[in-house]
Design a binder for this molecule. Structure first.
Ligand SMILES: C[S@@+](CC[C@H](N)C(=O)[O-])C[C@H]1O[C@@H](n2cnc3c(N)ncnc32)[C@H](O)[C@@H]1O
Length: 232
């Protein structure tokens, strides 16, 4: 997790989600991180977290059960409270709220046609999906990215919202020293075309261009996109 991703994502996702509320929010490819649902947890009755890797799901469960978590989320909760116009001293209430609304931490595979186990969602699907830095990082080319986008859309009800956040221009990331993992380098127009092809109406797209000092060599990301779209 990169700090710039986190801070920028929080700010954009808040400004994006003011009007989005509902019963079920699904975070696709949560990783071990919570920042992407810290605001959404106030607007949904139930939040489902998901990741491909058991180690990440265990980390999330540890935090939810107030066990030993390897990440201290306090500063992130405080920051989100500030962004929401609340006092940062209310951060513990937000943490309690998040713990109370997360109903499940599930295995997910965006390369499967229905990426989650179906019994956890109503037949109509979730009200909202959020997915940050997942689809492009697990897709080696545009076709694979488009399939993954189609697949996660099967989890979303018609008229539901997708908040898709991801890296632009990334052709690789370093999985370990010397281990370069190839991924699809997306550009803005491809993101728009992919959303359209998957049956979404694009409501908002923001692009954050990475300043040179953020380019530290662990990947070749040039920017971050923040898309808010509605399933038609
Ligand atoms: C770059 S991380 C993003 C994590 C988090 N959403 C964030 O914003 O920091 C990508 C995540 O995708 C997960 N992943 C890997 N393969 C996947 C797959 N086939 N389906 C869904 N998620 C996958 C990884 O385990 C990892 O947690």
């Amino acid at each position: 997790m990169k700090i710039f991703n986190t801070a920028v994502t929080l700010e954009y996702s808040l400004s994006f989600t003011d009007d989005i509320r509902g019963e079920i929010l699904v975070d696709v490819g949560s990783g071990p991180t919570l920042y992407q649902v810290m605001s959404g947890c106030e607007r949904f009755d139930r939040v489902i977290l998901s990741d491909f890797l058991e180690v990440n799901r265990r980390e999330l469960q540890n935090w939810l059960q107030e066990g030993k978590s390897s990440i201290d989320w306090t500063a992130y909760f405080k920051y989100v409270c500030q962004l929401e116009g609340r006092s940062s001293t209310t951060w513990a209430e937000k943490a309690t709220r998040l713990r109370s609304v997360v109903s499940d931490v599930l295995p997910v595979d965006v390369h499967q046609s229905f990426p989650l186990s179906p019994e956890f969602l109503p037949p109509s699907g979730a009200d909202c999906l959020v997915s940050s830095f997942c689809l492009e990082s697990v897709s080696h080319d545009l076709l694979s990215f488009n399939h993954a986008l189609d697949n996660i859309s099967s989890l979303l009800k018609k008229g539901g919202y997708l908040l898709l956040i991801g890296a632009l221009g990334e052709s690789f990331y370093m999985g370990a020293p010397g281990l370069y993992i190839p991924v699809v380098p997306l550009d803005e127009s491809q993101v728009c075309a992919s959303l359209k092809a998957s049956g979404y109406k694009l409501l908002q797209l923001c692009i954050y261009h990475l300043p040179p000092d953020m380019k530290v060599g662990v990947d070749d990301v040039t920017g971050v996109f923040f898309a808010k779209a509605k399933k038609t």
